[in-house]
Design a binder for this molecule. Structure first.
Ligand SMILES: Cc1cc2nc3c(=O)[nH]c(=O)nc-3n(C[C@H](O)[C@H](O)[C@H](O)COP(=O)(O)O)c2cc1C
Length: 335
């Protein structure tokens, strides 16, 4: 995407909630830091608790809505649920802070601004315009790369925006029109069928610059008594992330990479989901990811990162510059 990075490894939208967190991530050699998703107006968080450790019996099947007990031991669990509802500060506050996060990146590091639109009940045009406004605010703050979150399960799992191909194509086109050359990634959830995924990719790949896959996998979360684990209406189902979603994430990365190769599409691919150690990074790279990110793994053990550093470099394939029609020479793997 025209951004040289030392190592194509980082932390996706979520854990880095402000410039201090982003600066800390850069200091710890996470060379791509995604500033947690922002909105065009202040938006309250779901009530506490927001992160619970979950019991899982192996990998989650993303095509099935499992019921999981969210009472696992926080010290040993490797899968969690996060349920924040994508809170945001007012742009007056987050724009200044995002600008500081952009400045915290050293040469060879990049800050990605994640944003999403908010439905206000005033129709589709207003929803499209809200995405455009959010993207424009991120560009004003200096974000050199944008990521549009289409896949938050904590906003209601029934109708994730990424499953509405026509609307996404309309929004993406409007956003690209507004932001010009600033690269735009689409953050997607796991798609059930190849047919739907192919339709989505074919409709958007000529508009945007890449994809980040995947967001969390939804599950019904209960406590030891079987009651909903998270308080408040609409929170019975939450997003699960961490170790249990690695196969689901790799599956999506593989499918997108296969489609990209077949279509000859010039789009970047960021592998996200279940990355807990360097072997998982290598698995994402083998599946076709140009860059890899870890949220839960980095939260559980941020100090593991420097040890990872040397081995990540060793595990990547040689530098392969790509020339694209939508930007300057791409050097994801410039090491
Ligand atoms: C605490 C937390 C907050 C998150 N918030 C966001 C968010 O605001 N926007 C977004 O696109 N994804 C968000 N995510 C999802 C992550 O970016 C990522 O897609 C998901 O956690 C899978 O990666 P992992 O298995 O490495 O955790 C969040 C994840 C966590 C753990």
């Amino acid at each position: 995407m025209g951004q040289p990075v030392h190592r194509p490894f980082g932390i996706p939208a979520g854990p880095l909630v402000n410039a201090s967190f982003c600066a800390a991530a850069f200091t710890q050699y996470f060379d791509i830091a995604v500033y947690k998703t922002v909105r065009t107006a202040a938006h309250a968080s779901h009530p506490f608790p927001n992160c619970l450790a979950v019991r899982v019996n192996g990998p989650l099947d993303p095509d099935r809505l499992d019921t999981l007990c969210a009472d696992a031991d926080v010290d040993t669990a490797r899968s969690i649920t996060n349920s924040f509802g994508v809170p945001s500060r007012d742009p007056d506050a987050w724009q200044r802070d995002m600008a500081a996060a952009v400045r915290a990146a050293a040469p060879g590091q990049v800050l990605v601004g994640s944003f999403q639109g908010t439905r206000t009940g005033t129709g589709e045009d207003a929803y499209v315009a809200d995405h455009v406004r959010a993207a424009t605010l991120c560009v004003e703050a200096g974000a050199p790369v944008l990521e549009m979150n289409l896949s938050c399960p904590n906003e209601g799992t029934g109708n994730l925006l990424c499953f509405d191909t026509a609307l996404v194509a309309r929004i993406a086109a409007a956003v690209k029109e507004a932001v010009g050359d600033v690269p735009l990634l689409l953050k997607v959830a796991h798609f059930r069928t190849d047919e739907a995924l192919t339709e989505f990719l074919a409709a958007t790949a000529t508009i945007v610059d890449g994809y980040a896959a995947i967001n969390t996998v939804p599950a019904r979360l209960v406590d030891a008594s079987g009651a909903p684990a998270l308080p408040g209406a609409g929170r019975e189902v939450g997003g699960v992330c961490g170790e249990a979603i690695l196969p689901a994430a790799l599956g999506m990365v593989r499918r997108i990479a296969r489609w990209r190769a077949g279509a000859g599409a010039d789009v970047a691919l960021v592998g996200v989901g279940g990355v807990m150690n360097v072997e998982d990074v290598a698995a994402h790279v083998a599946a076709g990811a140009d860059a890899v990110m870890s949220a839960t793994g980095a939260m559980i053990d941020p100090q593991a990162r420097p040890a990872c550093r040397v081995r990540v470099v060793a595990s990547l394939t040689p530098d392969t510059p790509r020339t694209g029609t939508k930007g300057p020479e791409l050097r994801h793997r410039q090491i």
